[in-house]
Design a protein around this ligand. Sequence first.
Ligand code: 13P
Length: 261
Amino acid sequence: MISATPGRRKTLVANWKLNGHAEGVEAWLEAMAPIALEGKLDLVLMPPALWMERAGKWLARHPGAITLGAQNVAACEEGAYTGEISASMLARAGARYALIGHSERRRLFGETDEIVSRKLACCLAAGLTPVLCIGETEGERRAGETDRVLERQLAILDEGGGFSPGASLWIAYEPVWSIGTGQAATPELVEAVLSRVRSHWAGLNATIHEEPRLLYGGSVSPANAASLVALEAVDGLLVGGASVEPESCADLCRSVIRALA
Ligand code: 13P
């Protein structure tokens, strides 16, 4: 099996989606920063974009604690695109990462592979690390199409558009049927999929700063986080619902840190 890079610290990404409230940003950061500063787990907060600068200001006073990411990014750098926020605007607001191709964006907002590919290029050009989300639906899984779907979603990497020795890439396996359902993927499935993702990357011969970080997301909770993060193939977890409240997120981080001890 191809495994995660030995010795690399694992990561927990908190994707708040359309949840939380403005004052909750500082409360969350205050609760989570001491855990991050222990240095056992890298923490990334992805709040609604409106609060990115607010979080960035807090983090400027507490350097090194937590990093910031965006839940979405425009597929163009500038122009007449009402409501969009570009990769370089996000970078200037303090973001280091941006989700691209999250299944909620694909399913609810019509984000196609072609759009995801343009978002990838925009992130790389602006120096943001794209976090490419891939995953099959329940129907695709039942039809035995998981591999085909994942290969199609990964194919946007094949053109190598914008990869350079200084670039970074993260890839998150988030099976659609597991998001928000309480039904996380089994460790066996996560290992099998992430190993295939790593092989796909290895076949591309693209040079970037370090091996892509591979994450799992989908109904991660304080109860199952330990068994998922302990997998060799897993570099980190992408957490939605359980990451929004500081108590639940702290519980989750504690169980991850215990599992990695
Ligand atoms: P849940 O953790 O709420 O299932 O969401 C996962 C997800 O979509 C993270 O991006």
